[in-house]
Write a protein that binds this ligand. Structure first.
Ligand SMILES: [Zn+2]
Length: 265
């Protein structure tokens, strides 16, 4: 049994002092492959560097998070395109729309999203998608581009039934985080989990964010780590009423297929 963390922000500064130890701790928990999220051009380039230093274990995405969309200009696109060509890069993103915090103006978010979907199509790599409180615009843009895309995952899915149905209809995969482990806000999600087809389910920590609320012993730093992925997955398996081994086999096979990851060495 092994796990693949499809979303870990390992270039985050909170990992600067012990990044290797974090990766090693994940390994001891059978989290054997991790995809390092790129959220800006500089961050994506750092994610690629990190993945290069851990071949076969770390992979990267290259893209610009909607929060930083206003920083993305047409002049940046050649660099993003070049990053997407790197063998360590397994997806375009994270990209999408976030109207919850509106850290970038919505027109800038839409423009950055469209640009990145075009680059993703060109690269032939799947998309790593982020959406919060922007479903209507998000799904409209995706519907328009879907036929050009090599699949994708709605990362950190926390939305409702309607959103889930729309994503499944577009044949997207669904990434589940430790949001599920929060008894105050994960309840609706746990009811939706059995509705996700086994071949569309993936798990992720979104570390250092989203530390599972129900961890027995919480790190004093409150920092989430990829080693907690099996804890999240056990909540996923419980909500789906399936054995943990089945969840591990399905989520790992799905991630390997979508992101074209090599066999676990
Ligand atoms: Zn996100």
């Amino acid at each position: 049994m092994h796990w693949i963390d499809i979303g870990a922000n390992l270039t985050h500064e909170s990992f600067d002092r012990d990044r290797s130890a974090v990766i090693e701790r994940a390994r001891t928990q059978r989290v054997l492959q991790l995809i390092v999220t790129g959220a800006s051009v500089i961050g994506s380039s750092a994610a690629v560097e990190l993945a290069r230093a851990h071949p076969g274990v770390l992979f990267a995405t290259a893209g610009v998070h909607p929060h930083y969309a206003s920083h993305l200009t047409a002049e940046d696109l050649p660099e993003l395109r070049e990053l997407l060509r790197q063998p360590q890069v397994v997806a375009a993103g994270e990209c999408g729309l976030d109207y919850h915090r509106d850290l970038s103006p919505r027109d800038a978010q839409l423009r950055a999203f469209e640009w990145q979907l075009a680059l993703a199509a060109e690269s032939g790599k799947p998309v790593f998608l982020h959406q919060r409180d922007a479903h209507q615009d998000f799904i409209a843009v995706l519907r328009e581009h879907r036929s050009t895309l090599a699949g994708g995952v709605a990362h950190c899915f926390t939305a409702g039934e309607r959103e889930l149905e729309d994503y499944l209809e577009l044949e997207l995969s669904i990434g589940i985080t430790g949001w599920l482990c929060d008894e105050r806000r994960g309840g609706h999600l746990s009811a939706l989990l059995p509705r996700i087809p086994a071949d569309r389910l993936m798990v992720e920590t979104d570390a250092p964010y989203l530390l599972p609320r129900d961890l027995g012993t919480k790190p004093r730093s409150r920092r989430n780590e990829p080693m907690f992925l099996p804890h999240i997955a056990s909540a996923v398996a419980a909500a789906r009423g399936e054995p943990l081994e089945q969840c591990a086999a399905a989520t790992s096979a799905n991630a390997q297929a979508l992101f074209a990851l090599p066999a676990v060495g």
